[in-house]
Design a protein around this ligand. Structure first.
Ligand SMILES: *Cc1c(COP(=O)(O)O)cnc(C)c1O
Length: 881
């Protein structure tokens, strides 16, 4: 996504930087050719573009490994408090360009490939996204890893190495088709398998009582094999680890079949155990309650906790320090962050390990567990809250169920102490729901077992205290915090929008990359006409590039002079893509009624995946595609209005779309979107937002000033009040003729003439059982969109607002978010140190080599722990100074 001139610019920069870079370019070319020969086993006559991609990936990876090993050695030597982020999702996207940027070798790689006659951007497009996430929650985990490495925290991500990530979405005949995401098909250069560090995970079995306590016996074992992915910090020689577990059958799995003589069956059955890490569940904000998912969650937690405790015990001074065996210091050395309740079995699992295996008393174990764990809530939607049935837990994890019951027993004792006689409160606050099929409320369990509970935006955190977790807040207010989400400025500006990054750096220097609040220095330029015109020009170039991509991919011609009005996110009723669709239909009807209407041309783009089992979400996609067909083929409309469904929205597509957006649609019903992070990516790239007072929109608008945000719709209290009073969609439908026409057209088949009834279910949702009050906000939304159109006609005013959006986005860096987690939840201080480069000494000369050698044996620092061979390009760079 470079501007047409950027290759030239980059080469120019290199020539200015001088001889050191030239030598490192030569070195990169040499290493690239070696990898093509030795790793890919090809010569240039037969190599495919994919071979070149892998040769480049391995070349870049070579620059990581010295830093990776040494970062882990450094943590072992220094033994700082470790932060463990536990998440069932990491939506990493591509690694190549991000690694080059964070290592500071992008310009040199660009030049090397140019000299080799290869198009680096074409090669980058061949990398598969690591799509191990559904949407915002998984992408947040990925942004957090980047920030933790950049801030120098001794942090580790733990997750599952799904063999199949989020499905590939194809749009065929205007409908979503799911295809498996076979992302590992060609191999993954960004992981290192560590089969030697496999750990056992137990399932099923029963609890055996004995005099000294309980034992979990007769279990079935599955092994967890770690695959490590490097997480480089930005230009600080720090490389942290994301450790993903893959399920492996034990050698004797299904041995009973073997004994019965069915050897073939025994081998085939190994797949059964290995299904645990086969595929990511494609639900966003929805709890489906499947046993395999519970297995995934416990599998990740059990393997990770063993690893965490092993590292705690094998710390450099661990064996000599009696404190280390008593677990008193565990919470001072370990912080565990639960990304939603998905990893919440960590709480009973840590209790089980401490009591049944390490022999701690219940009281001591509980103290350690609560001080160590913290829980982030990501939604207030009831259908998303995890509530495993007691029957499921009893079957799969009987000892854990027992522990959960006892946690709940003691918790309810505390409740009655604090609120004597309040039996209704006791019932409300129980982690065990007694009505219907008995269930465990995993959010309640997480609150009880954590010292800190946080929401992800100010409004959301307040709602937790006043609605879903009100009783818990009243009992322990000191545990409740807010940590407004953020995004990494490296991927979401420096990488995806290099020309915008360059003009910003020209004006205020490059300090913003590590300290995004420095973007505020752009505010005085709000009246600099020349700078505003440059911003408009960059946006225009980004739009042209996206237009070319759309033409190549879908053969649809879009007018790059039109307003790019974009809504990309998972398809969900609460996100209200239907409201957007009603606006599209309204614009269409207005142009049809009055073809000479003064009209601000728009290209409306909608993208996102629907959960395969979510019927209405799939219907919403179908409706938008049907509306697009009618609108795009109407000669009266011409190129004034186009509707595009962006197929297969994912991280790498977001990187292309967001820099090209004029208008960002953030239109969820107030109180339903916990934070949103898409909203922040658009703001950082100079899009203006039309949005409700929901999630982080509230804080974005505060930061930029109300005059720079297109606000509409009910507030959260108004939404609550309407819900109380009773929402009657027909009121709005009957009162507004434009709205009535649009809904009627959906219902009577205007957009689906060959099958006029297919959208009746959507019309029924809108008019009968819409939980998200679409029609109540329709009028305000349309009026606000009219204002948007009017302002867009004044391009200089638009550019000024856009600049003020960019300049106010500093708060929404994940560096700020992580700094707050570090100080206020984990009790660690970001070090911000730049580790020495691989050719520089890591430790002071007084540290004996023998001590260095014996570092954490199962981390990247395994094997030869001596100072690695100097990185030749670095040495050469050094020579130049
Ligand atoms: C940022 C991001 C999201 C989250 O978007 P929201 O608008 O906050 O829901 C989802 N998917 C991808 C690919 C993203 O990059």
């Amino acid at each position: 996504m470079a501007t047409p001139t950027s290759d030239f610019d980059k080469r120019k920069q290199i020539s200015v930087r001088g001889i050191a870079e030239v030598e490192s370019v030569a070195n990169i070319k040499k290493t690239f050719n070696q990898h093509l020969h030795f790793t890919l086993v090809k010569d240039r006559n037969v190599a495919t573009p994919r071979d070149y991609y892998f040769a480049l990936a391995h070349t870049v990876r070579d620059h990581l490994v010295g830093r990776w090993i040494r970062t882990q050695q450094y943590y072992y030597e220094k033994d700082p408090k470790r932060v463990y982020y536990l998440s069932l999702e990491y939506y990493m996207g591509r690694s190549l360009q991000n690694t080059m940027i964070n290592l500071g070798i992008q310009a040199a790689c660009d030049e090397a490939l140019y000299q080799l006659g290869l198009d680096i951007e074409e090669l980058q497009e061949l990398e598969e996204d690591a799509g191990l996430g559904n949407g915002g929650l998984g992408r947040l985990a990925a942004c957090f890893l980047d920030s933790m490495a950049t801030l120098g925290l001794a942090a580790y991500g733990y997750g599952i190495r799904y063999e199949y990530g989020i499905f590939d979405q194809k749009i065929k005949d205007g409908e979503q088709i799911e295809e498996p995401d076979d992302w590992l098909r060609f191999g993954n250069p960004w992981e290192k398998a560590r089969p030697e560090y496999m750990l056992p995970v137990n399932f099923y079995g029963r609890v055996e009582k004995h005099e000294r306590g309980s034992r979990w016996v007769d279990t079935q074992v599955v092994f967890a094999m770690p695959y490590d992915m490097p997480v480089p910090g930005y230009l600080n020689n720090t490389v942290n680890t994301l450790r993903l577990w893959s399920a492996k059958s034990p050698h004797d799995f299904s041995l009973k079949f073997f004994n019965n003589g069915d050897y073939i069956q025994a081998v085939l059955d190994r797949n059964n155990a290995e299904n645990i890490s086969r595929v990511l569940y494609p639900n966003d904000n929805f709890f489906s309650g499947k046993e395999l998912r519970l297995k995934q969650e416990y599998f990740m937690v059990a393997a990770s906790l063993q690893d965490i405790i092993r590292r705690f015990k094998s710390a450099k001074f661990g064996c000599r320090d009696p404190v280390r065996t008593s677990f008193d210091s565990f919470p001072d050395k370990v912080a565990i962050q639960l990304n939603d309740t998905h990893p919440s079995m960590a709480i009973p699992e840590l209790m089980r390990i401490l009591i049944d295996i390490e022999g701690l008393t219940w009281e001591k174990a509980w103290q350690v567990t609560v001080k160590t764990c913290a829980y982030t809530n990501h939604t207030v939607l009831p259908e998303a809250l995890e509530r495993w049935t007691v029957a499921q837990l009893e079957h799969l994890l009987p000892r854990h169920l027992e522990i959960i019951y006892h946690i709940n027993f003691l918790h309810l004792q505390e409740v009655s102490k604090k609120f004597p006689g309040d039996t209704d409160r006791l019932r409300r606050m129980s982690c065990v729901e007694e009505e219907g099929d008995k269930r465990i409320n995993m959010a309640y369990l997480s609150i009880v077992g954590s010292h800190a509970i946080n929401g992800v935006a100010a409004l959301h955190s307040e709602l937790l205290k006043t609605t879903v977790f009100r009783d818990f807040y009243e009992m322990m207010p000191e545990r409740f915090q807010n940590k407004t989400n953020g995004i990494t400025p490296r991927r979401w500006l420096l990488l995806c929008n290099p020309s915008l990054a360059d003009v910003i750096t020209d004006k205020i220097g490059d300090g913003w990359v590590r300290d995004l609040s420095e973007l505020a220095k752009l505010k005085p330029l709000a009246n600099d006409q020349q700078f505003l015109r440059r911003l408009l020009q960059i946006k225009q170039e980004n739009k042209m590039r996206l237009a070319i991509h759309i033409k190549e991919k879908y053969n649809v011609t879009v007018n790059p002079g039109s307003m790019f009005d974009i809504q990309v996110k998972r398809i969900h009723e609460y996100k209200r893509q239907l409201l957007n669709c009603l606006h599209i239909i309204t614009m269409y009807n207005r142009l049809k009624r009055n073809p000479n209407l003064p009209f601000t041309p728009r290209t409306v783009m909608v993208g996102g995946k629907a959960a395969p089992g979510y019927h209405i979400a799939k219907q919403i996609i179908k409706l938008i595609c049907a509306v697009a067909r009618v609108v795009n083929n109407d000669p009266i409309i011409g190129d004034r209005l186009k509707v595009i469904y962006l197929e297969n929205y994912r991280v790498s597509l977001a990187e292309k779309i967001i820099p090209a957006a004029d208008l960002s649609e953030q239109i969820s019903t107030a109180g339903t979107e916990a934070s949103g992070t898409g909203n922040m990516k658009f703001q950082l790239n100079g899009s203006l937002t039309i949005g409700t007072l929901d999630g982080a929109n509230v804080e974005m608008r505060e930061e930029m000033g109300a005059e720079n945000f297109f606000l509409f719709g009910m507030t959260e209290p108004e939404v609550q009040a309407l819900g109380q009073k009773g929402y009657n969609p027909y009121e709005y439908y009957e009162r507004n003729p434009e709205l009535k026409l649009a809904v009627d057209q959906i219902r009577n088949g205007f957009f689906s003439p060959s099958n006029p009834t297919i959208f009746q279910d959507i019309a029924d949702v809108i008019l009968k059982h819409d939980r998200f009050f679409i029609l109540a906000d329709y009028d305000a939304y349309i009026k606000c969109q009219d204002q948007v159109s009017a302002v867009y006609m004044d391009q200089m005013k638009w550019a000024r607002m856009s600049l003020l959006n960019i300049a106010s986005s500093g708060k929404f860096s994940s560096d700020r978010t992580i700094t707050q987690y570090a100080r206020e939840i984990w009790s660690v201080e970001p070090s911000n140190v730049r580790l020495p480069a691989p050719h520089e000494p890591l430790f002071s000369p007084t540290v004996a080599k023998s001590q260095v050698k014996n570092s954490d044996e199962s981390d990247a620092a395994d094997g030869d722990a001596k100072a690695p061979a100097a990185d030749v390009s670095q040495l050469q760079q050094k020579k130049g100074y």
